[in-house]
Design a protein around this ligand. Sequence first.
Ligand code: ATP
Ligand code: MG
Length: 252
Amino acid sequence: MRVVVFSNKKGGVGKTTSALATAAGLVKAGYKVLAIDMDGQGNFGVSSGGEKNVKGTYDFLKGDSLETVLQSNGVYDFIAGDKRLSNAEADFPRIGSESLLRKALKKVAGYDFVIIDTPPAMGLLTLNALVVADDLIICAQSDAYSVAGCMELFGNVELVRENYNENLNIAGILLTRYSTQTNISKQMLPLYEQAAQVMGAVVFNTKIRENIKLTESQVMNKPIYKYAPDSNGAKDYEAFLNEYLEGMKNNG
Ligand SMILES: Nc1ncnc2c1ncn2[C@@H]1O[C@H](COP(=O)(O)OP(=O)(O)OP(=O)(O)O)[C@@H](O)[C@H]1O
Ligand SMILES: [Mg+2]
């Protein structure tokens, strides 16, 4: 079971969009996937067509069994996030609170991949995800402030490596909403490459272009490869997934 986490403390950079496309893409590629929404906004579960007012990640972290929190959209299985997660910091016990997900996942077997979507913050929920992560994918958009955010996340990765999870691998920086038409995307690329080098990681060759079909597919609760299989969004995420899987093979 390989755990893949999408993160960045910055909001709106394509974490959820990337997690959704990757979960569905992995199933299309023949893998069995469980997705876990660690975000109190609950966007992953809603976009997956999840039911409202059912048990979810919050309960799973509190010790409820997988069966009682599990949903499926006929493609992948998932555990939905809801706004109770936003209180997690205050709600959860102080001792061991960074390892709640690790404990909960011990009850889980039979999946090839666990995909985790995280909130736009470097708090307890993201920490729980990093503690169990095999691969971290840093989602970033081409604007001036994002490189600093990536480096801040890297600082936390190093702390998590030291304290909880020495095998935490940064699979790469995934640039989203990328525009080959604008200069800012081009100007930012070398800065991301420098940042990646410092992290001992790469910027994925695949860039996710701006594509409205991605937003539409979320509103329609359909994976992008089903909603608009010929769209740039579907093509880019497929190329990204292949690049990720290829890199994983090479890194063992
Ligand atoms: N490549 C893209 N082209 C067009 N729209 C996109 C693209 N990627 C994401 N979006 C849209 O941008 C918005 C923010 O994306 P998303 O929810 O994936 O970001 P996020 O990092 O998960 O945000 P948050 O931090 O709030 O959870 C969504 O409406 C999504 O549909
Ligand atoms: Mg999100």
